[in-house]
Design a protein around this ligand. Structure first.
Ligand code: HEM
Length: 415
């Protein structure tokens, strides 16, 4: 983190301090009671409950009871460096686990790598094909939409900021983008793909963070009373900032999506939620259920934090690398267009009076042209500049060839 970012955190921290002094923590204050019914989930009903009669437990009080004790033990035994070294070689879905892993971790991973019984290969393939065919939309929406929105999710912004990876955001962005890349790959959940491995490793990282972050003074002072980070509700919040946001935006932009493509894309992400350790009773069964859950979980918690502003700034700095910062105003304006002015303001995105109206006018025409709904002569010239920049951003996030290894952290961000 640069000195500028540090200064920015301290300055915005002043305003934040004043807010929290009055007991106002955006994430904690705004959460409504849990009323989402499990009969809208892939499980159909909470285990043992008659569908539609019993509401499940509020997932903000659930974490990952299988992974958490195992990772706590791995960290406490000092096994993390050895395990990370061994796991570097574990990359393909069909690969056996490396020899030499501690037996408790191995047992957990053998269990965690199993796909849910309700996963459908044909649907997963169709979901992967959809992601690839619509790569420019899903790519830019994961990168600039979900990526920036995550900095307006207070609990996530703070967890990321105070964890080990927060000290090297460039590396972290590359690692997080790996999941977007892997889930969007044609082979994602096939034997030769990598998504099972990425999801299981992410589950390990999250479990490690749950053990470590409560020891971070920076996190504990800003967690709004939460004692253990990354609850199942938190994971669902982030999940909605990914597929739910992406699907909603694509429909809003007028991207033509068939019912089977839409169902397959949802399935890809339902399986991903399960592989990340979310219980089936919370995974939405339909898009309607997802939108309803998103309104309950994601919308009310979005808000500004000092940490989120710093992270958004760093993320845009990384994106600006596509051309030495020349098109940062265009990228900033596109981001505002995608996530909306309110979230843009919360994360400190500057207004771009020149580019905002151009994008609002040109992007829908470009989408309409790409969807064969508008003839070429009606597409304004600016649209091609926008498309070119967007393509480069997508390549920057998801096109890097260098191998990226997800590593279990064994410490927090140094304070
Ligand atoms: C790490 C994805 C939810 C906080 C990671 C990593 C991935 C990932 C791929 C590994 C990258 C790395 O090691 O830096 C996801 C997905 C989520 C999700 C797909 C939900 C669908 C959350 C939530 C929080 C969170 C809800 C916090 C409230 C973190 C933190 C790290 C991490 C702190 C570790 C960074 C470090 O190594 O220090 N996540 N995540 N994640 N995630 Fe998540």
């Amino acid at each position: 983190m640069s000195d500028v970012s540090r200064r920015k955190l301290m300055m915005t921290g002043g305003a934040l301090g004043a807010l929290t002094a009055f007991g106002v923590t955006p994430s904690a204050a705004a959460r409504p009671a849990w009323t989402w019914s499990p009969d809208q989930s892939v499980a159909g009903a909470a285990p043992g409950a008659a569908p539609g009669t019993v509401a499940g437990v509020d997932p903000q009080w659930l974490w990952d009871e299988e992974a958490d004790p195992v990772l706590a033990a791995v960290i406490d035994r000092g096994d993390v460096p050895r395990v990370n070294q061994l796991l570097r070689g574990w990359q393909r879905n069909d690969q056996v686990l490396p020899a030499g892993l501690p037996s408790d971790l191995r047992d957990f991973m053998e269990h965690a790598r199993r796909m849910p019984s309700w996963a459908e290969t044909a649907k997963l393939d169709a979901g992967a094909r959809f992601s690839v065919n619509r790569g420019i939309y899903t790519g830019v929406l994961y990168g600039l939409g979900s990526g920036l929105m995550s900095t307006a999710i207070p609990r996530e912004a703070r967890a990321v900021y105070y964890s080990k990876g927060g000290a090297d955001m460039k590396d972290r962005v590359a690692k997080t983008a790996k999941l977007g890349y892997d889930v969007g790959d044609l082979d994602a959940y096939r034997p030769q793909g990598t998504m099972v491995v990425t999801a299981v490793k992410t589950r390990l990282v999250h479990a490690a963070v749950r053990h470590l972050l409560p020891q971070s003074p920076g996190w504990s002072e800003t967690s709004g009373g939460q004692r253990i980070p990354i609850s199942q509700a938190d994971v669902l919040v982030t999940w909605h900032s990914l597929p739910t946001h992406v699907m909603r935006k694509m429909l809003e932009w007028g991207v033509r999506i068939t019912p089977s493509e839409s169902a397959a894309y949802l399935h890809l992400w339902q399986v991903t939620a399960n592989m990340l350790g979310v219980s089936d009773e919370y995974i939405p069964a339909t898009w309607e259920a997802a939108y309803a859950q998103s309104r309950q979980l994601l919308d009310p918690v979005l808000g500004p934090t000092a940490e989120g502003k710093v992270l958004a700034d760093v993320l845009l700095d990384i994106v600006a690398e596509v051309d030495g910062g020349l098109t940062r105003p265009l990228i900033g304006a596109f981001s505002r267009y995608t996530i909306g002015g309110q979230i843009g303001d919360w994360i400190g995105l500057e207004r771009e009076p020149l580019w905002e109206p151009v994008i609002a006018a040109a992007w829908p025409k470009l989408v309409a042209f790409r969807e064969n709904l508008l003839p070429l002569p009606l597409v304004p010239a600016a649209a091609w500049t926008i498309e070119e920049v967007i393509r480069r951003v997508v390549l920057l996030f998801f096109g890097e060839g260098r191998p990226i290894h997800l590593e279990i952290p064994d410490a927090n961000r140094p304070s």
